[in-house]
Design a protein around this ligand. Sequence first.
Ligand SMILES: [Zn+2]
Length: 274
Amino acid sequence: MRGDLRGPLGNQTAALHRCASPVGVCLAALVWLVGVPAAGAQEMPNRFVYLHDVDPTILQDMRYASANNFTGHVVPGYAAPECLLVREAADALKAAQAELTPQGLSLKVYDCYRPARAVAAFVAWAKEPDDRHAKAVHYPALDKAALFPGYIATRSGHSRGATMDLTLVPLSPSAEVPAADASTDAPCTAPRAARAADTSLDMGTSFDCFDAKANTLAAGLTETQRGNRALLLDAMARHGFKNYDKEWWHFTLENEPYPGTIFDFPIEPREAKD
Ligand SMILES: [Zn+2]
């Protein structure tokens, strides 16, 4: 879910780079974040598309538009469960999907474009007391303060429209493995059968698992889990996406069109065209 700290304003970006993990150290940077005027305040720019319109075969499980995420609530800015991306990123995902389909696999996105207001909501969430279920599942071994900026960015690449969180799903139902229901308190690092149900291949952790085991090349994975991560990594790399090495699910189009722009328009329902 995280993004990098690259930004359009040199001196402020430098301040963010100096921001160490403990949230207290980052306060100055956060004040700056809240005050920054986001580009494209309300309207979706022409260069953005609904992924469904580009490739309806790519599965979407937009966690922040539901309560099924680490905050336990719908996240501000997510008025619809839709993946929005810049056209270039959506086209590259479509190409990756075309390569995966004959292998019996599909991409499934968990998050795509993320309005800046949602990032601000994550920062506010960090100051609230722990929710027992969310902590048990999403960050069993870390304190909230340790989630920034490694796992939750104070200025996310997702807000630039060319970053997404995704996994691989087998197209054959026979490949599905029974799993616990969403209410389980089993940590995201638990064996797959104990974790909350998800149609994904076994990647070793579930999505938004703020733990060292989510690092793409983490030690202690099974051969199958390592292989599944490599499959996703290779498919994405072939189409111009770079992985964030702390999270196996997080990718950015390397040649992104808005490398220095943070957007804040809300995600609205898509007008059906089919
Ligand atoms: Zn991400």
